[in-house]
Design a protein around this ligand. Structure first.
Ligand code: FAD
Length: 471
């Protein structure tokens, strides 16, 4: 009559599906997290996400202690540690929330097998999205491939049942202090160095709470402000959604209620949360798209390769392409681990359509740099930009990086923040410094454009022509 809750991308106590189900079904419930060496050993030694996770675990441990439990943290391969913990604690079941990434599903299958051989079961629950897997399907039982009809079906299906919270605290008496060592290790204990986590992200679920409070005061303006990177428009909650330090049900419920009260900003924001569900169901139905083009005909595209392509990739990563908005965005990513959504679209389009580089090279850089890196959303975003994805941007619609800059950072505020060497330029020159203010640029350490957009555009149309002939 004992259970173990295995926390993964759900580092909170509040409204937690697996914890709730464990508390309802066992008399003694233990809690654990594994710092999974199968994942961690491949990362650079300074990684903001590892720092974020440790902070989140400390808050989680505090919250569990407040309710009478505690967190056991192990550093090893999850497939070994979980069965070992289950045996040490003598539990009959391990409870966890679904993680639908292909690698996580494979890991869970291994854990389930090993548990089974010692008479223990792995029980998993939906927690990370509002609708998962096959919950929202077309009338003929197929998976949605276009966002708007998916969203409409999502909105038709959603109701109080799907949005209500699991009342964990009401059943918390089953939380048990563990006989095993508890406590969260320091970064150095697991072989990592500080990576400089930006302060406003906050610590675990407490950080999420502060960001949410702040956002709810300005959610009504979200629709008008979300596209301008110099403005505080979005919620900045993505890292918390990624690691589950905030509950998606709570966010969707708040947005849905406000939307029903006529709040347009909340309606637009809810739509973004539905994009998140959308890409998660794409990952479930089309796991092949996590490594190849969602539309196979796009795999025929010949991307630039060789030394020059590598030089271009390096310039893009370092924010030295000579296109100020692209460069400011890439520096924001590198310095903070965050990039504004508009800029993710601009920089991804620039990589694929101006530099002619394989979207997977950009995807991999984002995966390494983003604090909120999420396979489903990142892959979806990259395949949207490269036109190879589900409901993607058509390939002949190519962002002009200078026009994007003039439209979304008209007064150059965002550019000046991350490219201080351009700060003295006027509001027109700052979008294309070498073209518009060549004299002022003499002696400034800022590169000339690495490509000519008009020529690159023609090349891209030619490159993508192969797609048409294969359709
Ligand atoms: P808000 O505007 O406040 O949106 C609220 C939440 O909605 C976000 O936190 C996120 O969970 C979800 N959301 C918003 N837009 C999208 C979207 N297009 N797709 C899926 N979910 C969305 N988002 C990630 O969470 N992780 C990623 O790795 C990621 N990679 C991306 C790569 C590219 C090339 C592109 C174009 C987009 C990517 N996004 C990714 C989506 C989006 O840019 C971020 O979710 C958003 O910028 C996060 O900031 P926020 O929390 O302030 O967003």
């Amino acid at each position: 009559d004992r259970a173990l809750v295995w926390f993964r991308r759900d580092l909170r106590v509040d409204d937690h599906a697996a914890l709730y189900h464990a508390l309802r079904s066992a008399r003694q419930v233990f809690c654990a997290f594994v710092l999974d060496r199968d994942i961690l050993d491949a990362l650079p030694r300074a990684d903001r996400r590892v720092e974020f996770i440790l902070g989140a675990l400390r808050v989680l441990d505090d919250d569990l202690r407040r309710l009478g439990g505690a967190l056991v943290v192990r550093h090893g391969a999850a497939a070994d540690e979980i069965p070992r913990l289950a045996a040490e604690l003598g539990v009959q079941a391990v409870f966890a929330n679904h993680d639908d990434e292909p690698a996580a599903l494979a890991r869970d299958a291994r854990v389930a097998d090993r548990l089974k051989s010692s008479g223990c079961e792995l029980r998993t629950f939906k927690d990370h999205v509002i609708f998962e897997r096959r919950e929202v399907m077309t009338a003929t039982g197929g998976a949605y491939g276009v966002f708007t009809p998916y969203k409409n079906a999502w909105l038709r299906k959603v109701d109080a049942f799907y949005l209500s919270s699991y009342p964990v605290e009401r059943h918390a008496t089953a939380l048990a202090p563990t006989p095993l060592a508890t406590g969260v290790p320091a970064l150095a204990d697991i072989g990592f160095q500080p990576a400089g986590l930006i302060a406003h992200v906050g610590q675990g679920s407490r950080g999420a709470e502060a960001l949410l409070d702040d956002f709810l005061d300005r959610i009504a303006d979200y629709g008008d402000k979300r596209d301008f990177p110099a403005v505080k428009g979005p919620s900045y909650l993505s890292v918390h959604l990624r690691f589950g330090t905030v509950s998606i049900r709570r966010l969707a419920r708040l947005a849905h209620q406000r939307m029903q009260g006529g709040d347009r900003g909340a309606e637009v924001w809810l739509s973004e949360l539905i994009w998140r569900d959308f890409y998660h169901q794409v990952m479930h139905h089309h796991p092949h798209a996590m490594t190849a083009a969602f539309r196979p005909e796009y795999d025929a595209i010949q991307w630039e390769t060789g030394e020059h392509a590598d030089t271009l990739l390096k310039a893009w990563r370092e924010g030295r392409t000579g296109f100020p908005l692209v460069d400011a965005a890439m520096r924001q990513l590198h310095q903070t681990g965050y990039m504004h959504n508009r800029l993710r679209m601009v920089t991804a389009s620039f990589l694929t359509k101006d530099l002619g580089l394989d979207w997977r090279r950009g995807e991999a850089w984002f995966a390494q740099q983003l604090l909120d890196f999420d396979l489903a959303a990142n892959n979806g975003g990259w395949q949207w930009a490269s036109s190879s994805g589900c409901d993607a941007q058509p390939y002949f619609r190519i962002f002009n990086p200078t026009a994007q800059s003039e439209k979304f950072d008209a007064d150059g505020r965002f550019i000046r923040r991350y490219c201080p060497e351009l700060a003295a330029l006027d509001n027109k020159a700052i979008h294309a410094p070498w073209d518009r203010a060549p004299l002022a640029m003499q002696g400034v350490d800022y590169p000339r454009p690495v490509v000519d957009h008009a020529i690159a555009r023609e090349r891209t149309l030619a490159r993508y022509a192969v797609v048409k002939s294969r359709k």
